[in-house]
Design a protein around this ligand. Structure first.
Ligand code: FES
Length: 171
């Protein structure tokens, strides 16, 4: 067989190459959007540093913890929803503001301020008698093993805005 004949592409090979190429191109065109859709939440930049109004004026915040509710937009993979959150806010003696996430660090129940007559001036968790002092620190020998998380906050036009709840180290 001459060198020329060896390099020639048969009709069958040509068709094979063409169909494989076109088929591959079409498959890639169909698969790309599917892959993109599947991993889309991973590609989205995390919405960081978002603050929402706690709907309370700074001048109305006292030294006594009070419960405020606020709404945040939550994205869970492809599902977007608005959830209501709560916080306990108060002013410390030096005038600085604290906002605690009321989620118990034991198993996630919701704590209340001053709700148990046996433990006045404490955050109390009714699920397993969890206790926290006013500064949100868990009382030793009660179920919670870490202090209450603290919301990031900022003040804008005299209104309190809350951000992410930041967990604190074990006491
Ligand atoms: S969940 Fe709060 S003490 Fe257990």
């Amino acid at each position: 067989m001459s060198e020329d004949k060896k390099n020639q592409v048969s009709r069958r090979q040509f068709l094979n190459y063409t169909l494989t190429g076109v088929g591959g191109f079409m498959a890639a065109g169909m698969l790309a959007p599917m892959v993109r859709f599947a991993i889309d939440p991973v590609l989205q930049p995390e919405a960081e540093g978002e603050f929402v109004s706690a709907d309370i004026a700074v001048e109305d915040i006292t030294t006594e913890p009070q419960k405020v509710t606020f709404k945040v937009d939550q994205v869970d993979a492809w599902y977007e929803s608005t959830v209501e959150k709560t916080a306990f806010v108060y002013k410390k003696e030096d005038g600085s503001i604290v906002a605690f996430d009321p989620t118990c660090t034991h198993l996630g129940c919701v704590v209340g301020w001053n709700t148990n007559d046996d433990y006045p001036q404490h955050f109390y968790c009714p699920c397993h008698d969890g206790l926290y002092t006013k500064d949100g620190v868990n009382v030793p020998n009660t179920p919670p093993t870490a202090p209450l998380s603290v919301y990031e906050h900022k003040i804008q036009n005299g209104i309190l805005y809350l951000g992410k709840a930041i967990p604190r180290e074990e006491a």
